[in-house]
Design a protein around this ligand. Structure first.
Ligand code: ADP
Length: 277
């Protein structure tokens, strides 16, 4: 424990004995049960974190698991749009009821509590963090096998709240070749270690482009450095998603559940195995 310890672990990142004894985990509502929770993190917005979250949820749902998505990207919520879900959430005597997608995925997102989905969410950090905790603890999560949490990008206040309040089984890091991958991975690895959350691995999105005529792989952002980086930090590469205009088309038009994405399928198999070990 540091000499300047204020005994307020929520504003301190030190990894000390006091922290180990204190749990910030939020309780689930008494009518809810969630077996496994996977957080999807990225260094910044726009790298495809929501596409990865939705693709993995779709793959787990296709495996026959009862699947849910908690969209914790409060100020940039794009999950409802990808699933073509509109309208406002309703409450029942069991809590806030998530929206259900066409194939049965249960979804909670800030976009589903706004009067108008294009309204911006102009909230300060503590309010955003409070919303995430409520989405977790005050929702009626009905016997969910796998929940995917679309985390806010970066390593700030809200991602920290998610790490502290939701009992994640592990995280998936999303990167893209345009980024300073080494720095993003290093930060995510350090944060996960501090929070004692396992890392399932990295998914590189927009990794390559496949020529529709000859099938040759092109690397418009340059060849990826992910192999060396993953090795240096001891994390597995779960998949590389191609740049595919069809992905953008279906996720922007609410038809993500019809996605064909073999790398996502393979990543889902690896995560499933890692969780069941
Ligand atoms: P983030 O959640 O990281 O902000 P999104 O998943 O919302 O990013 O993706 C940003 C935009 O890029 C969306 O319009 C999405 O459809 C598109 N996109 C993401 N990944 C791909 C990809 N592999 N190929 C083509 N478009 C993609």
């Amino acid at each position: 424990m540091s000499e300047e310890c204020t005994h307020d672990c929520s504003s301190c990142s030190a990894n000390c004995e006091a922290r180990d004894k204190k749990s910030f985990l939020e309780k689930l509502n008494e009518h809810s049960s969630v077996k496994h929770i996977i957080g999807i993190v990225s260094g910044k917005g726009g790298v495809g974190k929501s596409l990865v979250t939705s693709s993995l949820a779709v793959m787990f749902n296709r495996k026959g698991y009862k699947t849910a998505i908690l969209d914790a990207d409060i100020t940039g919520p794009s999950i409802p749009k990808a699933f073509g879900i509109k309208g406002k959430l309703i409450g029942s005597d069991k809590g806030l009821e998530p929206a259900t997608s066409e194939t049965g995925i249960e979804i909670i997102s800030a976009n589903l509590i706004l009067d108008n989905e294009s309204d911006p969410i102009v909230w300060r950090g503590p309010m955003i963090a409070g919303a995430v905790k409520q989405f977790w603890g005050e929702t009626h999560w009905d016997n969910i096998d796998y929940m995917f949490v679309d985390m806010p990008p970066g390593t700030g206040d809200v991602p920290l709240t998610v790490f502290q309040s939701i009992p994640l089984d592990g995280i998936v890091i999303v990167t893209s070749p345009q980024e300073l991958v080494s720095m993003i991975v290093e930060k995510a690895v350090k944060m996960a270690k501090m929070m004692k959350v396992p890392i399932f691995g990295v998914i590189e999105n927009m990794s390559y482009l496949e020529c529709p005529d000859c099938g040759k792989r092109l690397y418009p952002f340059g060849e990826s450095k992910l192999d060396e980086v993953a090795k240096a930090y001891g994390v597995d590469i779960l998949a590389r998603f191609p740049i595919d205009s069809e992905f953008a088309k279906i996720s922007d038009s609410g038809r993500i559940e019809s996605i064909i994405n073999e790398p996502a399928d393979e990543a889902a198999d690896i995560i499933e195995k890692k969780i069941s070990i």
